[in-house]
Design a binder for this molecule. Sequence first.
Ligand code: SF4
Ligand code: SF4
Length: 178
Amino acid sequence: MTSAWEAIKALATGFATTFVHLFRKPITEQYPEYKRPLPARSRGRIILTRDPDGEERCVACFLCSAVCPVVCISMEAAEKEDGRRYAAWFRINFSRCIYCGLCEEACPTSAIQLTPQFEFAGSDIMSFVYEKEDLLVNHQGKDSHYNFYRYAGVTTRVGDKGEHVGEKEPVDIKSNLP
Ligand code: SF4
Ligand code: SF4
């Protein structure tokens, strides 16, 4: 059974804690007037970036679409005359996206990236369906140097076979014949 002394002690401890906090600097942040700078790796709105040559990075490989746990990415692949693949259309339904970042992890070209931007709430659910023109930006995002086609071993105007970074000369298969 609680004695009167223990009750007074508990009460005094509570008041002492309140008293200490009276003299502490408030840490309330007045959002949205003040917006705390978020780390570059925060997972918010998704963008499609370009490589340092200004070309679209996305090669429409479907890896992001395949890995997405809520199936909110869709696209159609197409190919240019120089052999570069691209997405004829690319769509993300942000009303389903859970900002897990798996699409960014899976992307071999560093095209799809999550950004710290999280302020795009709305009441019209269809406004959360973003098309390629809404997603494609004119910069490289977090990865300022990477150009997939400089490593890919695919002949494009970036380079022929054997000319890419760290790539060996192609083997003449006829030289292996007896
Ligand atoms: S962040 Fe996750 S849920 Fe959103 S599009 Fe990428 S893989 Fe899908
Ligand atoms: S964004 Fe990346 S993973 Fe998705 S289709 Fe384009 S290249 Fe492939």
